[in-house]
Write a protein that binds this ligand. Structure first.
Ligand code: 3PG
Ligand code: MG
Length: 398
């Protein structure tokens, strides 16, 4: 775990603090539909306000190609202000140049400004040193609170961090501490629960995770590929047959490392993926040739629950069934509730992340009952692949 400075290490009073946030939140018809990232950013801003800093919030939003009014950060001014108790948030229509300078220069200690979408400048995604310098000219200090964007080596995340005294914000700190407690210095035994549809998109993750955990439970359609690789019939299920060799390699590598792999013992099948469709729960060796596996079955749930109860730390990414369609959310919801229960009883430290996973926890009504749920998608996955994230590396104290 790289060491990094925190807000408390910086003397922010009266200083211009460039705060790299991830305000890339879901917006529909100009309204924020999930404000989690904004709410989690608020404590950092409130701390900076209390310490008399001039807070300059910078962020990307969407994936615009150049200036695009439909991807402006302006609609975020209201939600951001509400998240910090109604404090005024000034807005600059550009993140660099005279417009930004005017707004930043006018800030008094304890005031907050939001600058327009960083990605309106293509230099941002190119990690352009000149652009980073223009940003750096607007601040005395740099704080990064955007773990969810830390996998991007972009100018406001990478180059800029090297130009000013830097620190992790409270949210970045919470993310790094939670992830550290889950994989870098965890209480053992550690179990990983990995679901999702494809082995091919989580190959690096699986290879890394088997070297880190004591048990790996695999669900979702990606389990089908492993079942197929073991010579079992998977009917018409989603299955990457061309990945069978790779799946077998992962299974034997796990065995060598003493990582127990838990694959489904039974499955909920149906003719089609449709809400309320007729289902058949079958043993894993009896999947009908014309059916699809759409969820893990009750025996599998019981086995994973027992494995969870026998573990001290959990890392979870990916639902174990087609959870968006009822009743194929059943196993994922049952496991989510079990995780919440064990966490509540202080028997399990549970860390989850990824868009689908957070949505599934929401379906189960337990999104606030795990030890830590990261709002990071791509960054969480890259971290689970054991990669060094540029945004984290840039903060690390050498
Ligand atoms: C995210 O929402 O995952 C982050 O903000 C990164 O966004 P990006 O995938 O567009 O770089
Ligand atoms: Mg993304």
């Amino acid at each position: 775990m790289p060491q990094f400075h925190t807000i408390d290490d910086l003397d922010v009073a009266g200083k211009r603090v460039l705060l790299r946030a991830d305000l890339n939140v879901p917006v529909k018809d100009g309204k924020v539909t999930d404000a989690t990232r904004i709410e989690r950013l608020a404590p950092t801003i409130e701390t900076l306000i209390a310490k008399g800093a001039k807070t300059v919030v910078i962020s990307h939003f969407g994936r615009p190609k150049g200036v695009d009014p439909s991807q402006s950060l302006k609609p975020l001014v209201g939600p951001l202000s509400r998240a910090i108790g109604g404090k005024t948030v000034h807005f600059a229509s550009d993140c660099v140049g005279p417009e930004a300078k005017k707004v930043v220069d006018a800030l008094k200690p304890g005031e907050v400004a939001l600058l327009e979408n960083l990605r309106f400048h293509p230099e941002e995604e190119k990690n352009d040193p000149g652009f980073a310098k223009e940003l750096a000219a607007l601040g005395d200090l740099y704080i990064d609170d955007a773990f969810s964007a830390a996998h991007r080596a972009h100018a406001s995340i990478e180059a800029l961090a090297h130009l000013l005294p830097n620190a992790a914000g409270k949210l970045m700190q919470a993310d790094l501490e939670a992830l550290g407690a889950a994989l870098e210095h965890p209480q053992k035994p550690v179990i990983a629960l990995i679901g999702g549809s494809k082995v091919s998109t989580k190959l690096d993750l699986l290879k890394f995770i088997i070297s880190k955990v004591d048990r790996l439970a695999i669900g979702g359609a990606m389990a089908n590929t492993f079942l197929f690789a073991q010579g079992r019939g998977v009917g018409r299920s989603l299955c990457e047959k061309e990945m069978a060799d790779t799946a077998r390699d992962i299974l034997s590598a796990a065995e060598k490392r003493g990582c127990e792999i838990i694959l489904p013992d039974d499955a909920v099948t149906a003719d089609k993926l449709e809400a309320g469709v007729m289902t058949r729960t079958v043993g894993i060796n009896a999947v009908p040739v014309d059916a699809m596996i759409l969820d893990i079955g009750p025996d599998s749930v019981k086995r994973i629950e027992a494995a969870l109860a026998a573990s001290k730390t959990l890392v979870w990414n990916g639902p174990v069934g087609a959870f968006e369609t009822k009743p194929f959310d059943r196993a994922t919801v049952a496991l989510a509730r079990k995780v919440a229960e064990l966490t509540g009883e202080k028997k399990l430290l549970s860390v989850a992340g990824g868009g689908d996973t957070v949505a599934a926890l929401g379906t189960a009504g337990v999104e606030d009952k795990l030890s830590y749920v990261s709002t990071a998608g791509g960054a969480f996955l890259e971290w689970l692949e054991g990669r060094e994230l540029p945004g984290v590396a840039a903060l690390s104290i050498k």
